[in-house]
Write a new protein. Sequence first.
Length: 389
Amino acid sequence: MAKFQGVDYFDLDDVLEDDEILVRNTVREFVEDKVIPIIEKHNRESTFPKELIPIIGELGLIGSTLPEKYGCAGMNNVAYGLVMQELERGDSGIRSFASVQGALVMYPIYTFGTEEQREHWLPKLASGEKIGCFGLTEPDYGSNPSGMKTRAEKKGDRYILNGAKMWITNGTIADVAVVWAKLDGEIRGFLVEKGTKGFSAPEMKGKHSLRASVTSELVLEDCEIPEENLLPESGGLKSPLMCLNQARYGIAWGVLGAAMACYHTALDYSQTRIQFDKPIGSFQLIQEKLTHMVTEITKGQLLCWKLGRMKDAGTLKHTQVSMAKRNNCYHALEIARMSREILGANGILDEYPVMRHAANLESVKTYEGTHEIHTLIIGQDVTGIAAFT
Ligand code: TGC
Ligand code: FAD
């Protein structure tokens, strides 16, 4: 197959800074050289390629927008978005690893933590020496986290945590979990370290999606943590939702990478696969699909580029992040399915990446707020009427 050269139908490179392009191209090379050659094996065996973590850290791809004084790259948000795009061209599981660690673990420590917590955790998380996870979802509370049952109780200079989290990315391999629990009725963030008595993180098995990613339960049974493990500035559901904005932003960019991989594969295949004595790319029905794919990728890129500039300017609204996450996930999955169709039977083989991306995107469309929840977030914004209940 021809080497991937990016998808840039609207000459978006013209509006990117040189250092943004440099970051993107560096990550593209990393994915080409280190991720793509091994990812199908990991997907087949349902294992996460942990051996890539130090390289991902070394390249500055974890917590990339946080300040350099904590060992982070201090990138702007467009460069960070391009990182997510390129990582997810490899696999949604690789992007998930980096986005959970950066947006859902380092961001809350940076935003709601003490200076001691920042200095202790951020450099090690940035380098990949330590791994983190984010526990919000519970077995009975997914879209509606405000109802969570997990509780924290103050006892002397300790907090006692009880409850269960589910579907937690990186959980089993994490050194530290950011756990959201109700303390005197208010949602607060706590740092729970691996090995703490009363805390376990069994891996969830049997996934048909995000197979090259670790997904876990978190079990807290009279789990005692020191009082300094509270994130003191966290308070209310707004705190985890602020973290979700960071991760949803990365997903909006990331899924474009998965979509690009599928489009690139389908375009290449359409030019070489002969049926009725012609390349299938010469048929109007195939061209219609390819046109739709490249159009939706281009629209998604423009949305993300503008989103990133607004994020850097500090003018971004969380409802705009919802729009990009919702739109780009929807179309990325549609593009993956169309690519599968263009490849015919070959589309189901793991010789091609499209079925893996399609399966992954089913999760990505669901996590970080389902398509329906983002519909309601935007619906509420434009009408002023909440329709969640
Ligand atoms: P609601 O009353 O609307 O909001 C409570 C307070 O929060 C404010 N707010 C936000 N603030 C910042 N960012 C946002 N995105 C915000 N959304 C709301 C809101 O203004 C309010 O503030 P205040 O000052 O008035 O208190 O809360 P609600 O209980 O009605 O819930 C709203 C809803 C349904 C939109 C929210 O619960 C939601 O987004 N649900 C979806 C849950 C979700 O996305 N879970 C994701 C879990 S993590 C994950 O999936 C990781 S995947 C990782 C990977 O592998 O990449
Ligand atoms: P539910 O909330 O039970 O929803 C089921 C269906 O009902 C959906 O179609 C939903 O859109 C619909 N629905 C719900 N409420 C409404 C409504 N008011 N109106 C209309 N439709 C509605 N969570 C974490 O905390 N940390 C993680 O690291 C993490 N990683 C994940 C990794 C993977 C692979 C997956 C699949 C999930 C992960 N999640 C994580 C959980 C994820 O955020 C939740 O799955 C998601 O928020 C949806 O919750 P749910 O699965 O319980 O679905």
